[in-house]
Write a protein that binds this ligand. Structure first.
Ligand code: DX5
Ligand code: ZN
Length: 216
């Protein structure tokens, strides 16, 4: 693995009715990052939360925030997350100048990630791989937590690893959706080094056990 393993629980699956406690619990349980799934109901068929909610999370966060913008116009909104985010990931399917937005995100001091939906071929990322710090391979159709892992996304993870080696690049490879101890191991074997997990962590009886299982 090119990078040390990162476990990034998805706040989409947290108990929003006791958000700060839920965040403190998952940080004590060993989360390396917190993953924030921003959805606009346009790029994906759901609406989750926006900048104000993320600022509320940032108030108690003691680990880096990994903002995943599942929105059609990240060019218009990325800056609203720049102060609180360590990483900002946008979708290659977005309706904007993706290369310029990635450059702007990095210029603001955040790392920049690019993500693709299951139906988008890996080849669509080729023009951007040299300008990102992270590639996020969706292992479910984005929009909802608790879905089943798509094993047929593993060749895409390996393609990201092979392209990184072939082009001498250094980006992280993140997977998101249906990740648990078993599917996490499968993803790491394919080349992933950063695991987003929502339901398998926040839905666990013991979050520390769940995170340790992902790390094992
Ligand atoms: C999909 C979201 C989810 C979430 C994790 O749009 O990105 O994948 O982070 O969901 P789980 O881990 O519950 O599948
Ligand atoms: Zn996500």
């Amino acid at each position: 693995m090119q990078h040390p393993l990162i476990i990034a629980p998805s706040v989409l699956a947290a108990d929003w009715g006791r958000l700060h406690e839920s965040i403190r619990d998952v940080q004590s349980a060993g989360a390396d990052w917190l993953h924030l799934d921003v959805m606009d109901g346009h790029l994906v068929e759901n609406i989750s939360f926006g900048p104000a909610f993320c600022e509320c999370v940032a108030k108690v966060a003691t680990v880096p925030l990994d903002v995943h913008l599942m929105i059609t116009r990240p060019d218009k909104y990325w800056a609203r997350y720049a102060k609180l985010a360590a990483n900002i990931t946008i979708h290659v399917e977005a309706d904007c100048d993706v290369a310029a937005t990635l450059r702007d995100i990095r210029a603001a001091g955040c790392t920049a990630g690019i993500s693709l939906k299951p139906g988008t071929p890996f080849s669509k990322l080729a023009p951007y791989l040299g300008d990102v710090d992270l590639v996020l391979v969706m292992t479910v159709e984005p929009g909802f937590g608790g879905q089943s892992f798509m094993h047929d996304m593993m060749p895409k993870v390996s393609a990201a690893r092979d392209a990184r080696t072939a082009r001498g690049l250094g980006y992280r490879i993140e997977v998101d959706g249906g990740i648990n101890a078993t599917t996490g191991t499968t993803s790491i074997a394919a080349g992933a080094d950063t695991l987003v997990a929502g339901t398998s962590v926040f839905g666990a009886k013991d979050m520390a056990v769940a995170i340790r299982a992902l790390r094992a």
